[in-house]
Design a protein around this ligand. Sequence first.
Ligand SMILES: C[S@@+](CC[C@H](N)C(=O)[O-])C[C@H]1O[C@@H](n2cnc3c(N)ncnc32)[C@H](O)[C@@H]1O
Length: 339
Amino acid sequence: MRLLRLTRDVLLHGTAYAVLNDLIHRPEPLEEEKTWQFITGPEPGWRRWLREAWPPQWLRRLVLHRRQYQPAERGIQAHYDVSNEFYQLFLDKKFMFYSCADHIRGDETLEEAQTNKANHLLQLIDPKPGERILELGCGWASMMRHIEQHTGDRDHLEGLTLSREQAAYIQQNFGYKVRLENFVEAEYPPQYYDKVYSIAAWEAIRRHEVDVVMQKVYKTLKPGGRFVLHFFCRWQDRLPSSLSVGQLFFPGHVALSYREHVQAMERAGFRITMQTCHDYRRTLRQWYENLVARKNDALKLVDVRTYNRYVVFFAASYKYFDDRMGVLFRFVLRKPPIS
Ligand SMILES: C[S@@+](CC[C@H](N)C(=O)[O-])C[C@H]1O[C@@H](n2cnc3c(N)ncnc32)[C@H](O)[C@@H]1O
């Protein structure tokens, strides 16, 4: 059975996918430091060559192409609808952000670094009481709460998520206007919102969706409105092994390249007024440390395979950013005012 899976995985998805999937399927919880070292540590040249050489680009493209037409909610729900309590074990206690934090000094706790990030985004969004503000992919409403604390206005805040567990959590705990709806397919009223923002959700957009959703956001913003984006993308246009590996964690998601994103922003009519790069690695390491420190609690909430999947996910994501295959950006886009 194991040999059959390994062979199928190597042939269709390559060695990196096969090895990581094998780790996830171990019947026992993975050993913390050994797993981290194995995935993120120095890699011999031949191993790197092998993981990028097979499958050839045409086969990788074919397999990923088939996957990315799956309904978006399948990938999201497979990842998020695990258990809110499970996420609480490793995310920061203050906001429950599931997105890259800002380590400015370098020795911040996760809570401090997430506060830095929340404050930076607040400055970029610049929310004012009475403005209509929409979050695409609102998680557990972390940023919505930060905005409300700043403006005192909750009535004009709205969010969309595809995770049932998140929507139920927000309903029970905060009562914001949050809809369980795909933000690519949703219909938005024209020239309605002052600000739209999205944190760590834009990476889920596929190539056939990016222009559609970018144009929808452009149309729903008032003239002069702004769209703040925080997401990661891949640098190169060719398809690296990390895209196949990503299928283990977000089935059907195929991250776009930097060029594809920026061209879609400009095609929609936006002016890019700011972009900054951020380092995801420390956040991923902190989530990893928090999760393995709470291993026993985690295993009361989820099965061994789910636990192993997240251990591998954080380490493999660290490797992805450490190898500079992907980069995390914040963008501020402006819809021009009517002159
Ligand atoms: C990594 S989490 C980030 C959550 C939150 N913004 C934060 O920073 O903690 C990604 C979020 O995007 C949502 N999401 C991704 N694709 C979506 C889509 N097409 N429609 C609606 N929500 C989506 C997920 O449900 C999840 O809430």
